[in-house]
Design a protein around this ligand. Structure first.
Ligand code: IMP
Length: 193
């Protein structure tokens, strides 16, 4: 079965392909000649994941899954959440987003939060949602140089280092995205079309 992962990130694609049974051929957006900008206009992670998966299934006719991730901070009522990529406005980049989040939490003791990934899968006229959560806390300053996004200021619960101090294997094992993908892969591995 051919299955589109609505992403242009080839690292994400390769990682998921390695976890899938070889009866499933994963395709990127480029593989199906989709170069459209799919705007994430919904106000929930699930909404955006659905929007992207539905766009591909409706326009190109493929079974497809899409993901969306946000960092939800308890004391900020779940912000930046679905707006994580553009939290500090334009230009949207990690450095500005981190600066803004650290200033919002300035002098706050309560720094608990979580990364959450939502995945929407469209398969043979069915639609399923999967999620993955990684709880932790927001550090007072950046630690580490690996990873991307908010990794330098996020320390997962039970660990003494930030995501940016972990290698990708270590991070994927406990990360929101890793856990959501694991649920998706388990479903697909048992799926009889
Ligand atoms: P996306 O849905 O994977 O594109 O993620 C949206 C935004 O959330 C990204 O632009 C990052 O700022 C942030 N983000 C998502 N996943 C991670 C992660 O694993 N570590 C740090 N930041 C992340």
């Amino acid at each position: 079965m051919k299955l589109v992962f609505a992403t242009n990130n080839l690292n994400k694609l390769k990682e998921v392909q390695q976890m899938l049974p070889n009866t499933i051929e994963l395709l990127s957006l480029k593989d199906i000649n989709c170069f459209d900008e799919i705007d994430e206009t919904e106000n929930t992670l699930e909404g955006n994941a659905k929007l992207k998966a539905n766009y591909i299934t409706q326009k190109y006719g493929y079974n497809c899954f899409a993901d969306d991730t946000g960092l939800e901070v308890d004391i900020l009522n779940g912000s930046p959440g679905v707006y994580s990529a553009r939290y500090a406005g334009e230009p949207a980049n990690s450095e500005n987003n981190i600066k803004k989040l650290l200033s919002e939490l300035n002098k706050r003791k309560e720094r608990k939060g979580q990364f959450r990934t939502a995945i929407c899968l469209n398969i043979n006229n069915d639609q399923l949602l999967f999620d993955g959560i990684c709880k932790g806390e927001i550090l007072k300053k950046t630690q580490g140089k690996k990873g991307f996004g908010y990794d330098p200021i996020f320390r997962p619960k039970g660990y003494q280092k930030s995501f940016a101090e972990m290698n990708s294997k270590e991070k994927n094992k406990i990360s929101h995205r890793g856990l959501a993908i694991e649920k998706l892969v388990t479903f697909l591995s048992n799926y009889n079309s």
